[in-house]
Design a protein around this ligand. Structure first.
Ligand code: ADP
Ligand code: TRP
Length: 315
């Protein structure tokens, strides 16, 4: 039986944190053996928010290095950049022609931006169409995501169905593979997120880990600081942690010190690996470029089929 296809995309939006790692990044690496895996950097999606070219360029390079450092392996996964495969934007256009405005108006990202009174550009409004194209070009079966992306995968599924019904069987129907872990809290107790400035960066040096952990809000009724515990639980099972937390109930400083040591043990090897990859940026870029060539072969074959199905292919 051929392996199922798994695809994941990530925006090059800055330093990853441990919420990103346990919620998404680790899972992508863990799945590489089991699936035919595509992993891409969603740089065209990122254009909706970036206006500074140097920051975007740096972020793209940094994120390739981040993923190589955590074990994404170019011999197992196809690692590429969205803009190297223009078929993504081409297919998005075709999807836009079969999708209605009221349907896209129901998308959370658009509704949230609108509710905040933001001016929504057409790129953000059409975001789900580009994401559908990202997914459907490779006959993806599974998309590992957090809950926040679930609706986008459903839109991709609806779009595949609509296209298949209109032009004939062309796309496989994807499903999302949601993280089993709960949302990880940040140092202020809200969801850990780059936009809240409450993160523990994945490759943080020791001093930074210390500073972040010491700043975690210890809001607890029962003597167990729940934010500290939730982060600690990523590194050790409850069976090990609960007795410790119970015996040290109320001793927040000691518990935080233990978390610092455990985080350091976990992060130090990743930091070292990252340093190695950072020394050879041309190698990382070569991996990205070659991945783009491999992805393009698959995407262009699919796109040829799509052009034929919709009627624009005359030779
Ligand atoms: P951020 O909120 O920091 O900008 P992203 O939206 O770029 O993070 O997240 C990329 C993916 O990382 C999400 O789809 C989700 O799967 C995962 N993720 C992000 N934050 C968390 C968190 N606090 N807990 C669990 N998973 C998370
Ligand atoms: N929208 C995703 C995010 O913001 C990134 C993304 C773009 C993606 N295209 C995708 C994720 C296709 C999975 C599959 O995190």
């Amino acid at each position: 039986m051929p392996k199922k296809v798994l695809l994941s995309g990530i925006q090059p939006s800055g330093k990853p944190h441990i919420g990103n790692y346990f919620g998404l990044m680790k899972r992508i690496v863990d799945y590489q053996d089991e699936y035919t895996s595509y992993f891409f950097i969603a740089d065209y999606h990122a254009l909706n928010s970036f206006r500074d070219k140097q920051t975007l360029k740096n972020n793209i390079i940094e994120i390739v290095i981040d993923y190589l450092a955590i074990g994404l392996n170019p011999e197992k996964s196809i690692i590429f950049k969205q803009s190297d495969v223009p078929e993504h934007t081409e297919l998005a256009w075709i999807f836009e022609t079969i999708t209605t405005m009221p349907y896209l108006e129901r998308a959370h990202a658009y509704k949230d931006a609108k509710a905040k009174g933001k001016e929504v550009n057409a790129g953000l409004f059409n975001y789900p169409m580009l994401m559908a194209a990202d997914i459907l070009l490779y006959d993806t079966n599974l998309v590992p995501t957090g809950r926040d992306q679930e609706q986008h995968v459903e839109i991709a599924r609806d779009t595949a169905l609509k296209f298949n019904n209109t032009f004939g069987e062309t796309f496989s129907l994807p499903i999302s593979k949601i993280a089993e872990i709960p949302v990880i809290p940040g140092t202020d107790g809200r969801k850990m997120s780059k936009s809240y400035n409450n993160t523990i960066p994945l490759f943080a040096p020791y001093e930074e880990i210390k500073k972040c952990v010491m700043s975690i809000i210890t809001d607890s009724g029962e003597g167990i600081p729940k934010n500290v515990y939730a982060i600690h639980n990523l590194l050790r099972p409850a069976s090990e942690l609960l007795p410790i937390y119970e015996s040290k109930a109320g001793k927040y400083k000691e518990l935080k010190e233990l978390l610092i040591e455990d985080l350091e043990k976990f992060i130090a090897p990743l930091r070292e690996k990252r340093k190695e990859f950072e020394k050879d940026i041309p190698k990382a870029l070569k991996i990205l470029k070659e991945g783009g060539e491999r992805a393009k072969k698959v995407a262009s074959k699919k796109m040829d089929e799509v052009r034929e199905k919709v009627g624009v292919k005359v030779y």
